[in-house]
Ligand binder design. Sequence first.
Ligand code: NAI
Length: 331
Amino acid sequence: MRIDVFSTKPYDREFLTRAAEGAEPPLELVFHDARLGPSTAMLANGATAVCAFVNDDLSAPVLDLLADMGIGLVAMRSAGVNNVDLPRARELGLKVARVPAYSPHAVAEHAVALILALNRKIHRAYNRVREGNFALDGLMGFDLHGKTAGVVGTGVIGQVLARILLGFGCKVVASDPYPNEALQAAGVTYLPFEALLGQCDVITLQCPLTPETRHLIDARAVAAMKPGAMLINTSRGAVVDTDAVIAGLKSGQIGALGLDVYEEESDLFFEDLSNRIIPDDHFARLQTFPNVLITGHQGFFTREALTAIARTTVENITSFAGDGTPANRVE
Ligand code: NAI
């Protein structure tokens, strides 16, 4: 059974090849560097399934091309499926699978890494010490202990993050249309989103990108935040309106910003662009703030997560080969 795997890097090839060893039916993995999109979909001609990642284009025209070639499965190597036109996939009878919970610890711990690095100015301290500058001015942080942290979205990742923050001695509040009872029992208080914004010293976004959460952090939300609050986004870039946070950073309303995802990241992330000019002025502006720390969508990037992503992806493909339904089907 042939599967064309798009947007692959050496680490994807390594982990997927290992996970596919001994698979039944045997899998022929055809790896492409290229991103899946209208001009590359034809590469998958002859395949039974395609395997794609967060910045691949699975809009209706691309799904149409895949269905025309007889492809029956889109196996996402991600938890989020916001880049797949699910209604169109349903119409075409194309099955979509995802990796629901490969390692919530990977992403939650990365969110904590951003919080701690921004708070204690590790990104600046690292450079100073390397230059023999041991002055502390400008590096003052705050104790996380006793501060109020807000987790927006307490799914698999948000729950892990909430518990880590409880461990730091934070007061943890959360917003989610479906409050989690175990978290409430552990001491997390659910609040309406607006109320959460006004109370938190640190706000972290762990919700999926949906039509409802697109630009959840807009100018109104920024204005509703506690002045000087830290905002962390490891969910999807478009949950945050970049213009609104730039304005919030300029006015000081946002005290620090940590991003692992960015609205226009598909033009930038996962590639080495260090010899090129970055044409994105918003991204360039964000980089000028000393209190902004950006990583290039690496929250998922741990050994454990890559192992689990590869294993579940292979399981989704082999179960689809078996009875036509992938194990982790997205309805
Ligand atoms: P999940 O599906 O387990 O949890 C999402 C939670 O968000 C659910 O409890 C849902 O009820 C809640 N939610 C939905 N709309 C909301 C709203 N308007 N306000 C507050 N909460 C809302 O998803 P999981 O596994 O926890 O992942 C969350 C997101 O993190 C993914 O959708 C993905 O976009 C992102 N992600 C980022 C990664 C990275 O490398 N930076 C890696 C993996 C996931």
